[in-house]
Design a protein around this ligand. Structure first.
Ligand code: GTP
Ligand code: MG
Length: 452
């Protein structure tokens, strides 16, 4: 039913996991297989994401999927580099991603960023599956490229099969420790109550058909109603990154999760100080693969409809904030849209107290995640802001009465010049870590040391 399918938006799939566990390789594999299938043209590379249409997923999943059973247009995969906080992936009312893949290296097992990913998925109630990656590294493994995993597994010698099973049970146990009931995906009846674990190799492609099948099935079953949105209305999105682009000045990389952004739209973007009102100068996408060697890196497009990643060039974006909302004004009074953006930012605003610690983070999403962790531990916050740690933050921190509160927790930001020296002088402790719970743990240890 094409009328129906055209009204469903593409689900957004975030690919999360610890550094080097294979997120990018997995997406490369999906793109590469599409090229092999002669479908290269069908895959669109977006800023920060890759759109894979249903027809291509059907091809890659082979016998596992019957495209007739589905009417979602496809999937939009967002890669999240390990050094980057994926807590940026927020949107109005919670998670930007509709669904997630947590990639775990079967040899390396759970690592700090795996746990952080699970914390965030739990908090935002995002459905997810686990990709137990790099099965080909199990000693004695005989690869069969791009095949469904069960068949491939059955072809392995017994001891290789039991080695794999052991590692998978270990993962399932760790998930259970984290409060998630999980099982081999082929045993899961209800993916809403159980996390499916899909063994695969992003390198050889074994198990990738299974992963795509489970993702499509999950989205189709549980997200269909949410996906029935009008994608022609004024666009809404989230800033992923603020970057300087030669020839364009400061630009924002955004994911549009609702409506459409056009090249002549007026926008309101969440800023460090106040909402920024600006006009689109250009909407940019990477050049198609075939043209990658041309001089210009980007191609201008007239519009982008949800869900999509896009680079937006516009004046006055210097103060734009990663994790903040982007809204198209179009036929509405601009004040109304500014109020909307302010309301959304207020929602994120952290509960602050007269007395407490200072938190600085790289994005609104990470600020939100750290603050909620601190709240759970009943650690009060005096100030929470997006931005680098500057001398004025020390000035704020030093006003705390409790010695344990003379502290700044910094996540994914720089400590500006002279700030560390000033902190030392004023007896303010600086904590830096790129993993949220480790950051909070370091602070906890410090408090324990003081109290003893
Ligand atoms: P960050 O973006 O830095 O967080 O890493 P990532 O999760 O994107 O990992 P990436 O895809 O860059 O893979 C890290 C390394 O693992 C690379 O050398 C890959 O070739 C390798 N790798 C990824 N998947 C597999 C796999 O299934 N099998 C094997 N043997 N190697 C893999
Ligand atoms: Mg990567």
């Amino acid at each position: 039913d094409t009328t129906e399918s055209s009204s469903l938006r593409t689900p957004i799939v975030a690919v999360l996991g610890h550094v080097d566990h294979g997120k990018t390789t997995l997406l490369d594999k999906i793109r590469g297989s599409a090229v092999t299938e002669g479908e290269a043209g069908a895959i669109t590379q977006h800023i920060g994401s890759t759109a894979v249409p249903l027809s291509v997923i059907g091809e890659m999943a082979g016998d596992l999927v019957d495209p007739e059973d589905f009417d979602l247009p496809g999937l939009l995969f967002i890669d999240t580099p390990g050094h980057h906080s994926f807590s940026t992936l927020r949107s109005r009312g919670g998670a930007l991603a509709d669904i997630a893949i947590v990639v775990v290296d079967v040899t390396d097992g759970f690592q700090p960023q795996t746990e952080e990913a699970l914390d965030i998925l739990r908090r935002t109630q995002t459905p997810f599956i686990v990709a137990a990656n790099k099965v080909d590294t199990i000693p004695g493994w005989n690869p069969t490229d791009d095949q469904p995993i069960q068949a491939s597994k059955e072809r392995q010698p017994d001891r290789v099969q039991s080695d794999l099973d052991e590692r998978l049970y270990e993962l399932i146990g760790q998930l259970s420790d984290e409060g998630f009931s999980a099982d081999f995906y082929w045993r899961v009846q209800n993916f809403q109550n159980n996390i499916g674990v899909v063994p695969l190799s992003a390198m050889t492609g074994e198990g990738v058909p299974d992963l795509l099948t489970v993702l499509m099935g999950l989205s189709q079953r549980y997200l269909k109603e949410e996906m029935a949105v009008d994608v022609t209305g004024p666009g809404a999105g989230t800033v992923l990154e603020v970057t300087d682009e030669r020839g364009f000045g400061t630009t924002i990389d955004a994911v549009v999760y609702d409506g459409t952004i056009r090249a002549d739209d007026q926008l309101v973007v969440g800023g460090l100080e106040e909402p920024i009102v600006t006009e689109v100068r250009a909407l940019l996408q990477p050049r198609p693969l075939a043209e990658i060697r041309t001089e210009k890196e980007f191609e201008k497009v007239d519009s982008v409809a949800a869900a999509a990643g896009v680079k937006i060039a516009a004046p006055d974006l210097d103060d734009a904030m990663a994790g903040a909302p982007v809204r198209v004004v179009r036929d509405r009074p601009v004040e109304e849209v500014i109020a909307e953006v302010e309301a959304e930012l207020a929602e994120v605003e952290v509960q602050t107290a007269e007395e407490g610690i200072v938190v600085k983070a790289d994005t609104l999403g990470s600020l939100e995640a750290i603050s909620s962790t601190l709240e759970d531990e009943e650690i009060p916050i005096m100030r929470a802001e997006v931005g680098d740690v500057a001398p004025r933050d020390i000035r704020v921190a030093e006003t705390a009465n409790e010695p344990t509160h003379r502290a700044i927790l910094a996540f994914g930001v720089d400590i500006l010049e002279d700030t560390a020296a000033l902190a030392e002088q004023e007896d303010v402790r600086l904590f830096e870590n790129d993993v949220i719970y480790q950051l909070v743990e370091e602070y906890d240890d410090h408090v324990t040391a003081i109290e003893e």
